[in-house]
Ligand binder design. Structure first.
Ligand SMILES: [Zn+2]
Length: 111
């Protein structure tokens, strides 16, 4: 069971991340990676996770990101601008906005 203290840490802990290069097949049973994030988190994505952006666009995407100093690939809601593959900047967000994607769901795709 997740303790209140752990949840509190996640809300307050800032993490540094950047876009992960490459695309992955949307897991079956989900409309999109954003849908996957929302269903796993049990909440709606309302704004871009990049603290330097924070836009609340109508269209958010589930962006695959690398987290500084951590292995694995994570998912977080991003606006289309922040998710652009040409955006190679490090960004920051709160830990609670990240979802680690299980390795078996990381199936590369071209589209
Ligand atoms: Zn953004």
């Amino acid at each position: 069971m997740r303790s209140i203290i752990d949840l509190f840490k996640q809300v307050n802990e800032k993490v540094t991340f950047k876009n992960h290069e490459g695309r992955f097949k949307v897991p079956s049973g989900y409309d999109s990676w954003l849908d996957y994030w929302e269903q796993q988190k049990g909440r709606e994505a309302l704004k871009c996770s990049n603290l330097g952006c924070g836009k609340s666009p109508k269209v958010l995407v589930g962006g695959h990101v690398d987290v500084y100093g951590e292995s694995g690939i994570f998912l977080t809601p991003l606006c289309k601008e922040c998710n652009l593959h040409t955006n190679k900047n490090w960004m920051q967000t709160f830990r609670i906005n990240l979802l680690r994607v299980p390795e078996e769901l990381l199936i590369p795709t071209e589209y």
